[in-house]
Design a protein around this ligand. Structure first.
Ligand code: PLP
Length: 350
């Protein structure tokens, strides 16, 4: 079987006539704009934000494409990468009929978005070393499986998923889309799947400006895929899903890639220092290998240590209830000072 968009996308969406916004119908920059019911006088804010922004954010996509090794039309921008997670499910899955496969322990929004859309979830746990159980995943695929979400580096475990096993899933799942979430890819040396999208029409890749780029509050995530899939996502998104302030701030600063490179270098170095300090502590049982800006750490008594840290206004993430993560806390890599405070409290823990 070869990948065919018609087998994957919900038929009513293929046939849907999307909303056509004022900026869809006239995208020129010059003229007297009396077409979008905006306020021509200006804005309540010191700067003017009275005009609707570009619905397809072409100026940003032109800048992102060379950074990522793809064409602008292969890029979808969303309100965080959480938006394309939801939209990809809505694009492909009939509620109560279709299903998606997720691979716990993994990022929680795949399950939540599927649940919101009333789409069934099949869970195939990662192996004890947090790799794909390829045979079990392939066996779980049935005629109504539309998506498989693979997160690499994986949240909350931090490790990379072996490329070879991702390729096995891609090759053997031509009836649907493999969504590879690379939110933490900037922190690893592993090449992205984005430059290979022409080779793998059944792959979509997610990345985000929330991590290495330090823009979590702006809410800007990316989905990459073949042009026709991106066009379909554009068809079902809200017309102006990326606000003008976010677009402008990104455009003005996207050339400052040295910030990203330096942040990644610093955080990866801090991660190493943190690993060394944590490994000295008797309350630490295991530190899992990480290619991301956080560490999954197994403690002797995770919940008690989590509560103790909170009492000391040091907040980490309790993942101890998550499958395969017994007694684990997830710790984001902080600044040198923040990490020192964390280690000091952990040393003092009785
Ligand atoms: C694996 C993964 N994917 C996606 C996201 C969502 O990121 P955002 O919506 O900020 O782009 C996160 C956030 O923590 C994440 O860990």
């Amino acid at each position: 079987m070869q990948f065919n968009i018609k087998n994957v996308v919900r038929p009513h969406i293929l046939n849907l006539a999307p909303y056509s916004s004022a900026r869809d119908e006239y995208s020129g920059k010059e003229g007297i704009f009396l077409d979008a019911n905006e306020n021509p006088i200006g804005s309540v804010t010191p700067e003017n934000w009275n005009r609707y922004p570009d619905p397809y954010q072409w100026a940003i996509k032109e800048k992102i494409a060379p950074l990522k090794g793809c064409r602008p039309a292969q890029i979808f921008l969303g309100n965080g990468s959480d938006e394309p997670i939801d939209l990809i499910i809505r694009l492909t899955c009939e509620p109560k009929q279709d299903n998606i496969i997720i691979l716990p322990p993994t990022y929680g929004m795949y399950e939540v978005s599927a649940a919101v859309n009333n789409v069934a979830i099949q869970k195939i746990d990662l192996t004890p070393d947090f790799q794909l159980d390829v045979d079990a995943i392939l066996e779980a695929i049935n005629s109504r499986t539309k998506l498989i979400f693979i997160c690499s580096p994986n949240n909350p475990t931090g490790n990379l998923i072996q490329r070879e096993s991702i390729l096995q899933i891609i090759e053997n799942f031509q009836q649907g889309i493999v969504v590879i979430d690379e939110a933490y890819n900037d922190f690893s040396d592993e090449p992205s799947f984005i430059p290979s999208l022409d080779e793998y029409p059944n792959v979509m890749v997610l990345q985000t400006f929330s991590k290495a780029w330090g823009l979590a509050a702006l809410r800007l995530g990316m989905a990459f895929g073949q042009e026709s899939l991106i066009q379909l996502l554009n068809k079902i998104k809200y017309p102006y899903n990326i606000n003008g302030l976010t677009q402008r701030l990104l455009l003005e600063n996207i050339d400052k890639t040295s910030f990203v490179i330096d942040s990644v270098a610093t955080l990866n170095q801090n991660r190493q220092v943190l690993i060394e300090a944590l490994s000295q502590l008797p309350i630490v049982e295991h530190i899992y290998p990480s290619d991301a800006n956080f560490l999954l750490v197994r403690f002797t008594a995770a919940k008690a240590i989590f509560d103790y840290l909170i009492e000391n206004k040091t907040i980490v993430r309790d993942r101890s209830k998550v499958v395969l993560c017994d007694n684990c806390l997830r710790i984001s890599v902080g600044t040198t000072e923040e990490n020192e405070v964390l280690i000091k409290y952990l040393q003092q823990y009785q």
